[in-house]
Design a protein around this ligand. Structure first.
Ligand code: 5GP
Ligand code: MN
Length: 345
């Protein structure tokens, strides 16, 4: 059986704060992924069945391949309707921050959330949370925030009360944050949780198809182009780099989410330890950086040191305020600095 993970202090603080609340704001990190959105939508349903008024807000849009998730139509997008969101939050008396550890990760929504009087609970699995939250429930060993929420839901309430739709959202977050259980997924408790979620009637094979067999054709043309024309393999550093400019995004009619997962592909090259993906962000003229690694190479340390970011050991990201040429030079410096952990000489 799954043991209780939350300490008595955490559990009673969580219960006290949620029981008292009437209107809860749920939010997650900018550019939500399957875990961020799955966490938000499962929490939305959990709180609604407790009779709470819930407003769920993402800082910006989420990709089309997540739109089938139950209740996603209830989400408000700050970037699209900032004034409507601000007025919807006037009587919020509790904020729940999901799948991020620092209010900066809310990007354009962060000032609005910081300005709210309501106490904030953070529920997350990233290391080193900031101290901006009244209650920080941080479990970096969890494979996903959705796994943490599942454990929280069964500890505060009961598996019996979890609906199939909530279970679908929770499973989606666990599946997407582990690359379909191919990394960061060796704890046996993950599979005990999945067994419990299956007992709620979820169709895990269909969830897989809805996420991974749900892309526009342009994604595959772009993937072919990136791998054939753009990928640079630095065998000395056991690293591959792919870059995508704004001009190329226009050429392939790029939409948010089209490059999801691309950064993982070069890790399939024999011996590779690290993959880096740089993408020009036309919205603000910056370069988005994604890092993925295998084994013990610390993507999060490299992201903090060179790319103004952070994340997990094997998956991290950041941002550079420069052009692509300069960004490639930063990558070059980072690889040289981390050469002792990368090269096999
Ligand atoms: P992705 O490459 O999918 O954008 O991000 C991978 C992981 O890196 C995310 O789940 C998140 O944990 C972390 N991450 C991405 N971008 C940032 C960033 O700008 N700052 C921080 N602190 N973490 C990030
Ligand atoms: Mn996550």
């Amino acid at each position: 059986m799954l043991s209780n993970i939350l300490s008595e202090t955490e559990l009673s603080a969580f219960k006290h704060m949620t029981e008292k609340a009437r209107h809860v704001l749920l939010t997650c990190h900018v550019s939500p992924d399957g875990d961020a959105l799955g966490a938000m939508l499962s929490c939305l349903q959990f709180l609604q069945r407790k009779g709470k008024k819930v407003t769920a807000v993402t800082p910006n849009i989420f990709p089309d391949f997540l739109k089938w998730l139950p209740c996603s139509e209830e989400v408000m997008i700050f970037e699209k309707q900032p004034e409507e969101v601000k007025s919807a939050l006037s009587d919020v008396d509790l904020v729940m921050c999901l799948d991020f550890n620092d209010l900066k990760r809310l990007d354009i929504f962060s000032e609005t959330v910081k300005g709210l009087q309501a106490p904030k609970i953070m529920l997350d699995h990233h290391p080193n949370p900031s101290n901006e939250f009244e209650l920080a429930i941080s479990y970096p060993e969890m494979c996903a925030t959705c796994e943490l929420l599942f454990r929280l839901f069964i500890q505060t309430d009961s598996l019996d009360n979890i609906s199939e739709q909530e279970a679908t959202c929770l499973y989606t977050g666990m599946m997407t944050d582990t690359g379909c259980f191919s990394y960061n997924s060796n704890r046996s408790e993950i599979y005990m949780s999945i067994a419990a979620l299956l007992s709620k009637g979820i169709d895990k094979d269909k969830i897989y198809r809805q996420i991974y067999y749900n892309y526009p054709v342009g994604r595959f043309q772009l993937m072919g182009y990136l791998l054939y024309v753009k990928m640079k393999a630095f065998s000395k550093f056991r690293t591959a780099l792919m870059t995508l400019t704004y001009e190329e995004q226009k050429r392939f009619a790029f939409k948010k989410g089209d490059t999801e997962g691309f950064v993982n592909i070069p890790l399939q090259i024999k011996g590779n330890k690290l993959s880096i993906f740089l993408r020009e962000n036309p919205e603000n003229g910056t370069i988005r950086v994604s890092l993925r690694s295998v084994d013990d190479f610390p993507c999060n340390k490299m992201a903090e040191e060179f790319f103004n970011g952070g994340g997990h050991l094997n998956a991290a990201g950041g941002v550079l305020e420069c052009d692509m040429e300069k960004a490639e030079r930063v990558v070059d410096e980072a690889l040289k600095k981390y050469a002792p952990l990368l090269s096999n000489e």
